[in-house]
Design a protein around this ligand. Sequence first.
Ligand code: HEC
Ligand code: HEC
Length: 249
Amino acid sequence: MAIRRPCLLLVLIVSTGLPIGCDWQLPGKPIRPAVEKIDSRADFDRMYFVNCLGCHGPEGKQGPARPLNDSLYLASIPTATLESVIRDGHGPLMPGFKKTLSGGLDEKQIAALASGMKHFWGDPEAIRAGKDIPPYSQPSGSGDAKAGAGTFATYCGACHGADGSGLEDGAGSVVDNDYLLLVSDQALRSTVLFGRPDLATQSMPAGCPSYRGPYKGQPEDASLSASQIDDVTAWLISNRTTVSEEAAR
Ligand code: HEC
Ligand code: HEC
């Protein structure tokens, strides 16, 4: 097995926001030949390794960005959405990978990467049961931030503090504006939906729970309803103050 090493350009990409992947080419260097076959496991692994591993981790787990190798996540996100995230990027920190003069992925490769994630990492049973999972995207106009504050205090407060500002012996703040400015609305909703099992700590070995819990201090089988998910997401977003909002004060 090849030794996986973190992508050295990662720091550069994150710090400059350049829309490039890890197979970035110097200007004037010949463009690498297009990948001919893109439907085998080896081709999927290679495309993932070159473009995504630096941020999403080996096998889609334990990188700085959200785990993608998660059957609940893959059952929920529509394939077309997955493709558009890869094509156009996501939030302030993830670059898009669409074909440019200096590299990138063409439409066939984008489709192969998206379907490869579902096919090689997804759980067909969970994908079939996908209709029972709350929607990946926040339904437009939904979410009551005020109600969400109460739901947050009940289900999330034992770890993050009732007001979300963090607990010394628990999890960190989710209302810190520097954090909120770095993540998209969907990233917040995705955390409410799918949790962050990768961000485990000694006292919280399961990391942040998915909407199915278990929530510390609540009954084992407590889970969030679709409208509670919308409300908590709306409340998290409502804590963000953008630069222009700040200036208008
Ligand atoms: C430079 C780091 C970086 C690279 C490279 C990168 N991502 Fe991301 N990705 C992120 C970050 C950070 C987020 C969360 C962004 C946000 O929404 O705030 C993200 C979000 C995503 C999401 C959406 C998560 C959600 O909340 O639903 C998907 C899907 C995704 N990435 C897939 C990929 C794939 C596939 C690749 C390779 C083609 C890739 N990413 C490459 C950093 C990266
Ligand atoms: C069992 C304890 C626990 C509970 C309950 C919990 N979390 Fe977390 N949460 C964590 C841990 C651990 C982390 C990662 C470490 C940290 O942020 O301190 C985290 C991180 C987060 C993050 C930041 C993710 C990122 O982008 O880095 C958000 C947002 C979040 N939680 C929201 C919630 C919401 C909303 C709820 C309730 C619906 C909730 N959490 C319930 C433990 C918990």
